[in-house]
Unconditional design. Structure first.
Length: 276
């Protein structure tokens, strides 16, 4: 079986031009010319798509330029266009490429750049992650207040300087707190993965100011800020991080915690989206 080369694997390709082509595909296939809000749904967050409004169209991600099927169980392979009761158009991205897949940063952030090219001004990034705070429990959603990028990579190419001072919007976090005043906040640390962090790495993350450890989101957030979008980040604490909990970590545990928490956190996310 032959595979066509991925358009973003060509170093000479313009990733923004490919994102514009993907946005044109989405407009043509959904019949929706512009979208206002985009959601990237990580482990445990998938049911939110069913709660935020009326589905206008569901696309297989492979129908859209530059997208491929997710490698990870717990992530869908679809892109959905949803109309909220207030008339906003929401692009729901279930096809996430993780940095640890080894396809390069351009492919990791392609969904974010595509969302921007469809007209999106508000980007909601969600994930399942490990918690460092002892008081947090598996199944608890937390807001991302800031991040530490430990991948050694960036979606910015060349002398492209982007201010990340208020990367995770205070305005959107305040809005989320109005929906649920009990939401806590924390700093997300993106590790490269795919191996889980060692207890010593978790302690390092804690010492340098981290509260959440995972393998996504930070690179996407940088690309979203470059594109001028306002960003809301949310983590589902699927487990306490290595050395914080005493039992070994497993991906099955992550999936199980996500499934158990999904109805509650999806309803929360849908309530927040209704206010955007």
């Amino acid at each position: 079986m032959s595979h066509e080369p991925h358009p973003l694997d060509d170093p000479a390709a313009d990733p923004f031009e490919i994102a514009a082509r993907a946005a044109a595909d989405i407009a043509r296939l959904t019949g929706v010319e512009r979208h206002d809000i985009a959601l990237t749904l990580g482990s445990g967050w998938g049911q939110a798509a069913d709660l935020i409004g009326e589905t206008v169209a569901t696309l297989d991600a492979t129908e859209v330029t530059g997208f491929s099927r997710p490698a990870l169980e717990g992530h869908g392979g679809t892109i959905r266009s949803i109309r909220t009761p207030r008339g906003s158009h929401v692009l729901v991205i279930g096809a996430r490429t993780h940095y640890y897949e080894g396809h390069g940063v351009r492919r990791v952030v392609h969904s974010v750049r595509t969302a921007a090219a469809t007209g999106v001004r508000t980007m909601v990034l969600t994930n399942g992650a490990g918690g460092i705070r002892h008081t947090w429990k598996p199944g608890q959603p937390v807001l991302i207040s800031d991040h530490i990028n430990l991948t050694g990579a960036s979606p910015l190419e060349g002398a492209t300087f982007v201010d990340l001072t208020d990367l995770y919007s205070r305005r959107l976090r305040d809005l989320a707190h109005r929906v649920d005043a009990s939401l806590e906040e924390g700093v997300y640390c993106q590790f490269r993965g795919p191996q889980y962090e060692t207890p010593a790495e978790v302690q390092m993350a804690k010492i340098i100011g981290g509260h959440i450890v995972g393998m996504s989101t930070a690179l996407e957030a940088i690309a979203a800020r470059q594109a001028g979008m306002e960003i809301l980040g949310m983590s589902l604490i699927t487990n306490l991080a290595a050395g914080i909990q005493t039992t070994p970590l497993s991906h099955a545990e992550v999936i199980e915690a996500g499934q158990a928490a999904s109805p509650r956190i999806s309803a929360l996310l849908a309530q927040i989206v209704a206010q955007l």
